[in-house]
Ligand binder design. Structure first.
Ligand SMILES: C[S@@+](CC[C@H](N)C(=O)[O-])C[C@H]1O[C@@H](n2cnc3c(N)ncnc32)[C@H](O)[C@@H]1O
Length: 403
């Protein structure tokens, strides 16, 4: 192995790494890391080596991720392959021993930084594996990752493996491709909490079911009681709608702007004959428009789920989910019964849980609406988070009760 370059990092990065933060973002120091080196040894202000980094010069923001803070770093790099295997084994063993995960076919086998596999996310989707790289560093290690998983799950053949590069910029957003047949498209059904969902790999960026939301669906179960009317805003393929119907909700309305996702939702409903789909209404329109329509029709709900994308395209302007929330809360309040619950999600790491909660509380005060905080929601079970790494806690939610 070539000698690994030692590079001074930004004083703030030095502090963050010492506090357990695993990212080196773009700055005057990281932008000068030698581009061809896959590893970098970060040094502190006194030129002492402090961390072995996985280098990703192609990423717009995250130029490197901490692999190890255990000296000597050249040895850590020499043992890199064995360490990947050990870390994967540990991450997967945790999941296979977790009883809650037996209730679904879909769960994360590895959740990036929190499993000490920075930028590497692996989802088990029934008998397929989707390996998501948030750093192109990992593309060189496809086969070692795949064979490690196959040692644990020997029944998985090569064509069960899918790889996807994901990221914030366009060049880092790729469709999942099959390990054997690059052009392959795959459609199959999987089970989550007793419900069947259609999953599509190879044809769209997102495959139809958000596994990071699964543990939240599980946590929210106690709020759904038989006979309720439920409104699922930004429904996507309807996971929350089906789940509420299966728990006994008598009327469920799903709203999504995208005809493609509403069609997918209908296919999901058809896969579950135990659900009475005549009790479901799908509205293919913007949430804002749907809320006005439902108010005019004097419809009322007991439980409203609102899970907007971090920025929502509303005609020609893009509004951040948090800014849009004030208007949405007012509109949702008009169709929510007293003692009903509102579930509000925010899907961005840029705003902390505390800030999200404060902004919602401020909006409620300004609108003179009387709500009580019922529960805080965050990633859990197969999606662990790290205290020193707020970027990993990108999903947050609160449940509010209308007084
Ligand atoms: C984050 S996903 C919701 C995921 C869903 N809650 C789940 O767990 O499966 C956001 C969805 O909002 C939809 N969307 C975006 N802007 C919208 C708008 N203004 N009105 C209605 N739907 C919108 C998108 O088509 C997408 O399906």
């Amino acid at each position: 192995m070539n000698k690994i370059p030692e590079c001074l990092i930004h004083p703030i990065s030095i502090k963050l790494i010492r506090a357990g933060h695993p990212w080196i973002t773009a700055d005057n120091f990281s932008n000068r890391f030698p581009r061809q080196s896959e590893f970098i040894i970060a040094t502190d202000e006194r030129k002492r080596p402090m961390a072995l980094l996985l280098h990703d010069p192609h990423h717009k923001n995250v130029k490197a991720r901490v692999w190890s803070t255990k000296y000597p770093f050249d040895r850590e790099a020499q043992h890199f392959t064995a360490s990947i295997q050990a870390r994967l084994d540990l991450a997967i063993e945790k999941r296979t021993q977790e009883p809650a995960l037996k209730e679904r076919d879909n769960y994360y086998l590895a959740f990036g930084e929190a499993d000490h596999l920075p930028g590497l996310f692996i989802i088990k989707l029934k008998d397929r594996i989707l390996i998501q790289f948030f750093s192109s560093f990992w593309t060189r290690y496809k086969s070692i990752i795949q064979t490690t998983i196959q040692e644990i799950f020997p029944e998985l053949k090569d064509d069960a493996f899918w790889f996807q590069l994901r990221g914030e910029t366009r060049e880092l957003q790729k469709l999942p491709t099959n390990a054997v047949e690059a052009q392959r498209r795959d459609e199959f059904h999987l089970q989550e909490f007793g419900l069947q969902y259609l999953v599509r790999l190879g044809s769209s960026y997102d495959h139809g079911l958000y596994t990071d939301m699964s543990s939240i669906r599980f946590q929210l179960k106690k709020f759904i009681t038989p006979g309720m009317a439920v409104l699922n805003l930004f429904s996507y393929t309807g996971a929350f709608s089906l789940w509420a119907m299966n728990l006994g909700a008598k009327q469920v309305t799903s709203v999504d702007l995208s005809p493609k996702y509403i069609e997918w939702l209908q296919q999901n409903l058809a896969l579950n004959p135990q659900i009475d789909s005549t009790q479901h209404e799908a509205l293919t329109m913007s949430v804002e428009e749907a809320l006005d329509k439902l108010k005019t029709e004097e419809k009322k709900f007991d439980f409203i789920i609102c899970d907007p994308p971090s920025s929502s395209s509303d005609g020609d302007k893009r509004v951040s989910a948090l800014k849009a929330y004030k208007d949405l809360i007012l509109k949702m309040d008009k169709v929510l019964n007293i003692k009903g619950h509102l579930v509000l999600f925010l899907n961005t790491h840029q705003i902390s849980n505390q800030k999200f909660e404060k902004m919602i509380q401020d909006s409620l005060s300004e609108l003179q609406l009387n709500y009580k905080l019922g529960m805080r929601l965050s990633l859990g079970q197969d999606c662990p988070t790290l205290k020193a790494f707020p970027e990993g806690s990108y999903l947050k939610g609160i449940v509010l009760e209308k007084l």
